[in-house]
Ligand binder design. Structure first.
Ligand code: ASP
Length: 592
């Protein structure tokens, strides 16, 4: 139907006849001549319709925003003074000969260039219109390029693209399962995969050696910022490998991707142990663009007569840490109060601070509600933190988990608020994760998933599970976990030991993972892998604010699709087929 995309037109086509198809972006009537901006996925072209071409003119005259038109005409240079160098097609226009209305459109719920005036809900409800916006097209185009690049790279490295089932058994990755009732097996349910983890391991047992898949994963998680109940992973697994092999190939993949797609050269990724990341950044995904660091001051605070600090400093699970903000002494009381509220979100009971106005003046030169309690250690404290005139130092004192979360988040917020970024891209590997994390009652759960290999023997693991490290690695970029993986357990005895430590008894292990335990007995090779979150990768590369911006049809934070109104109720007949009786008719949801 068309000869060119609108956005492809340029001066080289002058005097040629072209046929364009697209949507009316804007229509202007200029004293008898009609100007149409015709838009398709490649851009916008200006079309001029003259009353001389009567039929074309009549059609252009009735065209409105978002009508679908087919236009033929001659490309010509725009008259001097009317060129628009900001537009790729700004030097030319098309003088229409034929204008055909392929379809009409009712008034759209928002003008594309006025999308900012409506809430995200309106945009999500009419996503097909929102997706007409050039920025959205750009992001999805970038996404397509990224997936294409990843596929080409992995194929080139001998990885095979193999699909794994969506209707399956639970794969634990730390979230709730989405369940699908079985009609043919009354009372039984499939689980949608939280990841292809077990299948990719079984493919290694089968001998495929190198697997990848761009796979949908499903996790029913509580409302948390910027998560989607279904999301996409670049899932990778290989046999006869060690950490270096997987980290090597995936780092090369990401570096080549950045080079080819963004023309950005990333230096080899530094590595940091999990312990160091928590210690210095309060996070296992540190944003290394921000030059602020937590400093441990436990030993000093043990010596002060101030229970708020000495308590956590002396407690086995406590921590007192300082965070210096250079030049921060000018912060107002109101700003400090806001940061105090902010750390409250992470459970911190307060935010102590010292403003260093003039160090040479000793205590006199400091401004702080707490400094009077720490006279005996103040000089050593300020030396250790490297505090200079004009700085502010914040403190966290609580359980280590709370201090890390609160100061870790404050560090990122300060980086944002004060625009402290030292560079655009800061990738790194985080390694030497603990195998397990304990909740407040001491119950252990896997830090990654229960198929991750520890870096010790089953005996050592059993003897001291809380101290054991795993063979896991995460790739972090700008404070976001881009991907995570590990060398897996390939020995059935080790797998049983891990289940045992997690409180998964033999019977339950057989019931849930019998197929895996069986497979491990039939000659499982040493293997490992990694999965990237494709949505997050695209979000970072597109410089988008949320992953919703890089997903064509995302769900809201309460896991609903505003456009299709999913999830929806189903009829009694269908429920009967599925052997399901509802306990109560659900109350209508009260929106977002
Ligand atoms: N299956 C893991 C996840 O989804 C990734 C991996 O270990 O390969 O987080």
């Amino acid at each position: 139907m068309r000869s060119h995309y609108c956005g492809q037109l340029n001066e080289t086509l002058v005097d040629q006849t072209v046929t364009l198809c697209g949507w009316v972006h804007r229509r202007r009537d200029h004293g008898g001549v009609i100007f149409l901006d015709l838009r398709d996925r490649d851009g916008i072209a200006q079309v001029v319709v003259d009353p001389d071409t009567a039929e074309a003119f009549a059609n252009a005259d009735r065209a409105r925003s978002e009508f679908v038109l087919r236009i033929s005409g001659r490309v010509r240079l725009r008259p001097e003074g009317t060129q628009n160098p900001k537009m790729p097609t700004g030097m030319i226009e098309v003088l229409a000969k034929d204008v055909e209305v392929l379809n009409t459109a009712v008034t759209p719920p928002f003008q594309l260039d006025e999308h900012g005036k409506v809430g995200e809900e309106v945009r999500l409800k009419h996503r097909y219109i929102d997706l007409r916006r050039p920025e959205m097209i750009e992001k999805l185009r970038l996404r397509s390029r990224i997936s294409h690049h990843v596929r080409a790279f992995l194929e080139g490295q001998g990885f095979l693209d193999i699909e794994t089932p969506v209707l399956t058994r639970a794969t634990p990755e730390g979230a709730r399962d989405y369940l699908v009732p079985s009609r043919t097996h009354p009372g039984s349910f499939f689980a949608l995969p939280q990841s292809p983890q077990l299948f990719k391991q079984l493919l290694m047992v089968a001998g495929f050696d190198r697997y990848y898949q761009i796979a949908k994963c499903f996790r029913d998680e509580d409302l948390r910022a910027d998560r989607q109940p279904e999301f996409t992973q670049i899932d990778i697994e290989a046999s006869f490998v060690e950490e270096e092999d997987i980290m090597g190939v995936t780092e090369t993949m990401i570096r080549e991707l950045f080079q080819d797609v963004l023309d950005v050269e990333l230096a080899p990724f530094p590595r940091m142990t999990w312990a160091e990341a928590m210690d210095r950044y309060g996070s296992d995904k540190p944003d290394l663009r921000i030059p602020l660091m937590l400093v441990d001051v436990d030993d000093l605070m043990k010596q002060v007569d101030f229970q708020v600090f000495s308590g956590p400093a002396n407690a086995a699970d406590g921590r007192v840490a300082a965070l210096k903000v250079p030049g921060g002494a000018s912060m107002s009381r109101k700003v400090i109060d806001d940061y105090t509220k902010f750390v409250g979100i992470y459970g911190a009971k307060g935010l102590a601070w010292i403003k260093v106005n003039e160090r040479a003046k000793g205590l006199e030169g400091l401004q702080s509600p707490i400094v009077k309690f720490m006279e005996n250690v103040i000089e050593e404290l300020l030396d250790r933190i490297g505090a200079e005139d004009g700085d502010i130092v914040f403190f966290g004192a609580d359980k280590a988990r709370i201090v890390n979360e609160a100061l870790g988040a404050l560090r990122v917020k300060l980086g944002e608020d004060l625009n402290l970024y030292t560079r655009d891209w800061a990738p790194l590997w985080v390694v030497d994760f603990p195998m397990f994390e304990a909740d407040d009652s001491g119950r252990l759960s896997p830090l990654h998933h229960p198929f991750t290999s520890p870096s010790c023997s089953p005996e050592a693991l059993k003897a001291n599970p809380a101290e054991a490290l795993s063979r896991a690695y995460d790739m972090v970029l700008n404070g976001t976990e881009l991907g995570g993986g590990s060398i897996r357990i390939h020995d059935p005895q080790m797998q049983s030991t891990v289940f045992d430590i997690l409180g998964i008894g033999e019977e339950e292990a057989r019931e849930k993972f019998g197929f895996l335990l069986d497979a491990l007995q039939f000659g499982a090779p040493p293997h490992g892998g990694l999965a990237f979150g494709l949505d997050r990768l695209v979000m970072l590369m597109a410089d988008a604010r949320t992953i919703r911006e890089v997903i064509a049809f995302p769900k809201t934070q309460s896991a609903a699709c505003l456009m299709t109104d999913a999830p929806g109720e189903v009829g009694a007949e269908q429920l009967k087929d599925l052997h399901i009786r509802l306990r109560q008719k659900p109350k209508p949801e009260s929106g977002e």
